[in-house]
Design a protein around this ligand. Structure first.
Ligand code: MG
Length: 397
């Protein structure tokens, strides 16, 4: 019977404890502290907010969608000003504009962007000629060459078998697409590509690089490892890529059309100085020092002799990221002064401090867990004594 009533209470207790926790979500001294590979705490509000961008819209057959607001537009259907001939740099391409699309003129050679870029999210739409001619690799063939080196195949594979590693959506000669989600020839097909180039340092691979491809919204390459460039008949060896290169579109003798081409540069990965994900201990230490300095600068603005608590807490928070003697001394001085003032209080004035004192006790517990102060820290022991003497931890009857 007793067991039963305890069980019945459990959901209530759980709800209460979750509600209590949620009040502090995202405040300081909440989630697991920074560690040797993660410069931020869990749920850290010191971490920068993701920047808001306008998301754009999807295309349909009649008209292209709108790129996201932070995209670099390479072709918007108006002109070829961002493109040049790959045969001879600085000369206009012989590809032509037609009905808001750019069209390959067979024999005119590849076209390439004047822009050079590396890691990116790339959106590109293409259409094979509606008049079906040729078969296998001879039907509606073109290609999207990332950094000029790696071809994501463009091919009219609607009812057109060919070797699988040369299919539309393949990493040419390396990896076939998982499925064939093509629309009929003449209709626009959308490629969405996430490209991360290989990164080497002193001949050692730090990140082999990956490519992810969606064809018409369907995943066909899932984080496929890059094995060098791509080529016909021959395997290439994995190796470093430059930091940037132009995007090229292939002239394979078919009048393939393109529209709505844009990219978004991607932030650096941890191996090249990025600060998201699991970092090296050196990079983590450096970032933690940077965060601590920002918090200390913020704490300096909170100085207030009438109320030392905000500055004290912010300084203590900075110590979670980086131990700093001067900061530790200042925080300790403020805490000691606070405790001395607290010792003078009694009755209603002390009772008014109940929540604050309990909060500071919890902060001490967090700081102990994070290795900032010792388990037998004097301030923490004094706070606990006050809480015990006042019966503040007792449940209301
Ligand atoms: Mg091709």
């Amino acid at each position: 019977m007793k067991l039963f009533s305890t069980l019945n209470l459990l959901p209530v207790l759980l709800t209460l404890s979750l509600a209590a926790r949620s009040e502090n979500v995202g405040s300081a001294f909440y989630g697991d502290a920074p560690d040797a590979h993660h410069p931020w705490a869990i749920h850290d509000r010191n971490r920068p907010q993701p920047k808001h961008i306008e998301p754009g819209s999807f295309s349909n057959q009649q008209q292209p969608g709108k790129p996201p607001s932070d995209a670099v537009v390479l072709f918007d259907g108006k002109d070829l000003s961002k493109w040049e001939s790959d045969k001879d740099g600085n000369v206009p391409t012989k590809w032509i504009m037609k009905d808001g699309a750019m069209e390959c003129v067979p024999g005119s050679g590849y076209v390439r962007t004047k822009d050079q870029f590396g890691d990116c999210q790339l959106h590109i739409e293409w259409a094979a000629p509606s008049k079906v001619e040729g078969e296998s690799q001879g039907r509606g063939n073109s290609g999207v060459f990332l950094m000029s080196k790696m071809e994501i195949q463009v091919l009219d594979n609607y009812n057109n078998p060919t070797y699988p590693d040369g299919f539309a959506g393949s990493v040419y000669g390396v990896n076939p697409p998982m499925v064939n989600p093509l629309r009929p020839p003449g209709e626009f097909q959308a490629y969405d590509i996430v490209f991360r180039r290989p990164i080497y340092k002193n001949g050692v691979v730090l990140d082999p690089g990956y490519v992810t491809v969606f064809v018409n919204g369907v995943l066909v390459q899932d984080h496929t490892i890059i094995e060098g460039g791509t080529g016909h008949m021959g395997r290439t060896k994995p190796g470093p890529f430059p930091e940037v290169g132009p995007l090229k579109l292939q002239d394979h003798g078919n009048p393939v059309r393109y529209r709505n081409i844009w990219y978004r540069p991607l932030p650096p990965r941890a191996v090249e100085g990025g600060t998201d994900g699991r970092l090296t201990t050196e990079a983590t230490t450096a970032k933690r020092a940077e965060i601590a300095a920002e918090i200390r600068a913020d704490a300096a603005k909170l100085k207030d002799p009438a109320n030392p608590v905000p500055e004290m807490l912010r300084l203590a928070e900075s110590l979670v990221y980086e131990m700093d003697e001067q900061t530790g001394d200042r925080a300790h001085l403020l805490a000691t002064t606070y405790m001395a003032n607290l010792a003078q209080l009694s009755g209603e004035k002390l009772a008014a401090k109940k929540d604050e004192v309990k909060r500071l006790r919890d902060v001490c517990k967090y700081l102990i867990k994070a290795g900032v102060i010792e388990n037998e820290d004097v301030i923490k022991l004094k706070l606990e004594q006050i809480i015990k003497d006042q019966g503040w931890d007792k449940k209301k009857s």
